[in-house]
Design a protein around this ligand. Structure first.
Ligand code: NAD
Length: 261
């Protein structure tokens, strides 16, 4: 029998941290070896550390981080001094943070995804294809999340926008428009519009709209449970535990090939 993959879960009291702990309890082949929490945080039944440096005995255990950009930056600094496999799902990170993860991937296997659901991975592939096939269609991305979400547009909306831009052999930052207000004038061709709706307890909803003359196509993904993301992250951790250093995406875990953002 192979040993279970050991996980170190950051942000254990958060919405995703709780979902990850539950998924770990329910999944054979993985175990939560420790959690990383603020110094002085109430300790639960699991071993609690304030920093990765306290967990040198857990060599090879996979860090799973769904926290905040500030916390992820702290954890990246800790990984730079003692590399270990890491699955990162925090959104709202800067291009510099992403570049830092790629450098870190020279020393340890690192996997980042702004969305750990299979449905979004497949949607991104479809969006990339359709954006190329329908070059004249206007693309708008509408996302909805719960009232507590700290960043906008969502990391997933940006992931989908990237897929659309790649499908048109362009770069998202050259095409982006965030919402519209005032005297906007005519919509420029090729623009990709983002609209963020916030309210209540919406787990996550993304619609990619392709608007043409006389028709429009709307592709919608609705997440109804955070357990979907937790399951994807746990699958990613199991995948990463057996990989050499390198930068990986959910496409690698799902065996979907190299395409996609
Ligand atoms: P949350 O606010 O419920 O939980 C965040 C956790 O991180 C809390 O436990 C908090 O104590 C901890 N934390 C935050 N800043 C910290 C700091 N500076 N020091 C120590 N601890 C700190 O948030 P959530 O809804 O669980 O989401 C967390 C992140 O995961 C967000 O960026 C969210 O957008 C992202 N997310 C990603 C996916 C995905 O599939 N990639 C899915 C859902 C959420």
């Amino acid at each position: 029998m192979t040993a279970p993959t050991r996980l170190i879960i950051a942000g254990p009291r958060g919405r995703m941290g709780q979902a990850l702990l539950q998924m770990t309890r329910d999944s054979p082949g993985v175990e939560a070896a420790a959690v990383i929490d603020r110094p002085g945080a109430p300790a639960g039944t699991l071993r609690t550390a304030a920093a990765l440096a306290e967990l040198t005995d857990l060599a090879g255990a996979v860090l799973v981080d769904f926290t905040s950009p500030a916390r992820t930056r702290e954890l990246l600094a800790q990984l730079e001094s003692s590399p270990r496999p890491a699955v990162i799902g925090t959104t709202g990170l800067t291009p510099e943070d992403h570049a830092r993860m790629r450098v870190l991937a020279g020393a340890a296997p690192i996997l980042y995804s702004a969305n750990f659901s299979l449905g979004i991975a497949l949607l991104a592939d479809a969006v990339q294809r359709l954006a190329g096939i329908l070059p004249q269609y206007d693309i708008e991305i509408i996302e909805m999340h719960h009232r507590h979400k700290a960043d906008a547009p969502s990391g997933t909306a940006i992931l989908l926008g990237d897929a659309a831009a790649q499908g048109r052999h362009s770069q998202l930052d050259l095409l982006t428009a965030h919402g519209r207000t005032g005297d906007t004038g005519e919509r420029p061709a090729g623009q990709i519009g983002f609209h963020a709706v916030r309210g209540g307890d919406i787990v996550g909803e993304h619609t990619v709209l392709f608007a043409g003359h006389g028709e429009r196509l709307e592709l919608t993904h609705r997440a109804s449970s955070r357990m979907t993301f937790a399951a994807g992250a746990v699958a990613a951790a199991r995948f990463l535990a057996e990989r050499p250093p390198g930068f990986y995406t959910l496409h690698d875990v799902l065996g979907l090939g190299a395409a996609g953002p």
